[in-house]
Design a protein around this ligand. Structure first.
Ligand code: ACM
Ligand code: ZN
Length: 530
């Protein structure tokens, strides 16, 4: 496997380009253009405010630095107004969230003991600005998760969706079902593909010498949730139902149709005990995660074992078919979560259900689930796999470590229209999704009035081919910053060439902060023409 490292030539070339830019631009210009995500409005007013970093970021009060929660604030609760003059800083917002994001802007503007004088009025485009992380195919330590939370908050992302369970291994301690972690958080082989395709694919008991994997204890999760809250980030847990659950049946084979491990990945929905299991697990999950949303998976159920299972056949006859067996479980979980004051989130297959108005599908099979959901009056999250999944190649596959088979260089990611509410925008997305020209006359789009139903966007990091932190960061960065800007910045303020300039300056900063970001090159663009 190629190591996810930059070529020497690329690094040298970029360093040369940066020093040229520094010579060519005044400090104000350099700093102005480097804000990511770009703010709603910004005026450079000239000059700088000189300030000690401790005074600015160390929590020391100073008469030159005012941070005020403005009772009369009528804007977005996460918005802020930042005025920097040679005499000081005035930061106002309607809430601690707004002040926090104003401080992140200051952190980006600050350099060498100075902040350029600016007047910024800023509001996020969306309230949901997400990153998804698959910790099942490969387990990532609490420390790596916290490192990601730091970077997320710096770029104003506010939601971490943790994919905690899947066939790669169960990653969270559940008191009532201890075998989930003691039996199936570890496996025989680190390389997921080799392990998954191998004949002797096995999970291993915790403590087996050489076993690969790991899990979060309840204390680890409390620390992650609290660390995230300190950075104004919600953590949404995902527990997969009814599919992607092969690991569960090693410790608890009674919950699958065959009653035998390593035979299926789907729960036996016709067995009422399965629903009790799901409720028990979700009860412990809700105790750990205060998030409004709980994600129940819902994707890619093959339904094969159900068809030869007497219990599932019986249920299918009662509810009207095997598709409806899946809907039956989803509806049960939706009701259970609602009774406990939480809202169900799920992959876009949940649109097959009639769904409560509060439930939230994540559109991952392209944009169509998001468009359908929004037009049905549901709140939706846009996360089309073909555009904003970070496990796809970001450059010529011949030069890259193994990835999922699609191609999503950063320009393609950045070109995503999260609210396709005109035929033209929907067609532009669809052309990128399909990789060929799609005419505006042939696409569904979000109708008048339904645009507000798009809660936000989420970049997804699946980790089938990613088993080190270094490689994880390489796949996520800098594409995650493109998603951060899609999520925060108004559409009319986003322009590829402007972003490209800023992201090229940001990459060395990411790397200097210990993030193993991919280095952009000229061959990472993608264009679909008629
Ligand atoms: C998914 O990519 N299966 C949600
Ligand atoms: Zn069954």
């Amino acid at each position: 496997m190629l190591l996810p490292k930059q070529s020497r030539n690329c690094v040298t070339g970029l360093a040369a380009a940066c020093s040229l830019l520094l010579i060519a631009c005044s400090p104000e210009e350099v700093r102005q253009v480097n804000l990511i995500p770009k703010s709603e409005q910004m005026t450079m007013t000239g000059g700088t405010f000189t300030v000690d970093s401790l005074a600015l970021f160390g929590g020391q009060s100073s008469r030159n630095i005012k941070t005020v929660i403005d009772e009369a604030w009528s804007g977005n609760p996460e918005g802020y107004q930042l005025d920097v003059t040679p005499g000081g800083i005035d930061l106002r917002a309607g809430s601690p969230d707004g002040l926090f994001y104003g401080m992140q802007t200051l952190r980006q503007l600050y350099a060498g003991g100075e902040v350029p004088c600016v007047s910024i009025r800023d509001n996020p485009r969306f309230g949901y600005r997400g990153l998804h992380l698959d910790v099942s195919r490969h387990f990532f330590s609490k420390e790596e998760v916290m490192k990601l939370l730091d970077v997320m908050s710096f770029y104003k992302l506010n939601t971490l969706h943790m994919h905690l369970t899947d066939a790669g291994g169960w990653r969270i301690e559940i008191d009532k079902y201890p075998k989930l972690t003691s039996e199936t958080a570890f496996r025989t082989e680190s390389d997921w593909r080799k392990w998954w395709d191998g004949r002797d694919r096995k999970y291993l008991p915790e403590g087996t010498p050489g076993a690969y994997g790991g899990y979060y204890t309840k204390e680890d999760i409390r620390q992650i949730v609290s660390y995230a809250a300190g950075r104004h980030i919600d953590v949404i847990p995902e527990i997969e139902f009814p599919a992607h659950s092969d690991e569960v049946f090693v410790g608890y084979p009674e919950f699958c149709c065959t009653g035998r491990p390593y035979t299926t990945g789907e729960f036996c929905v016709g067995n009422p005990a399965t629903l009790r299991f799901a409720e028990d697990v979700l009860t412990e999950i809700m105790e750990l995660f205060p998030s409004k949303y709980i994600h129940i998976g819902g994707d890619e159920a093959r339904k094969v074992a159900w068809k030869s299972c007497p219990k599932c056949q019986h249920l299918a006859r009662e509810v009207g078919g095997f598709e409806e067996v899946q809907c039956y479980m989803i509806e049960h979980l939706e009701l259970f979560l609602a009774e406990h004051g939480r809202v169900m989130m799920g992959w876009d297959e949940i649109l097959k259900n009639s769904l409560r108005s509060s439930s939230v599908p994540i559109s991952y099979r392209g944009q169509r689930g998001g468009i359908e959901g929004a037009n049905r009056g549901l709140n939706v999250i846009m996360s089309p796999g073909e555009m904003i999944y970070f496990d796809w190649y970001q450059a010529d596959p011949c030069t890259q470590p193994r990835a999922m088979s699609g191609f999503s260089p950063i320009k393609k990611v950045y070109s995503f229209y999260p609210v396709p509410d005109t035929p033209e925008m929907a067609a532009a997305n669809e052309s990128m999704i399909k990789g060929e020209y799609v005419a505006p006359s042939s696409v569904e789009y979000i109708y008048n009035g339904a645009s507000k139903n798009v809660l936000g966007v989420q970049g997804c990091m699946w980790t089938e081919f990613v088993n080190t932190s270094e490689h994880l960061e390489y796949m996520m960065f800098p594409r995650m910053l493109a998603v951060a800007e899609i999520a925060w910045t108004p559409q009319n303020r986003r322009e590829w060439h402007d972003f490209r300039r800023r992201i090229n300056r940001e990459i060395p900063l990411l790397r200097s902060r210990g993030i193993n970001a991919f280095q952009l090159s000229n061959d990472v663009e993608i264009t679909v023409t008629r």
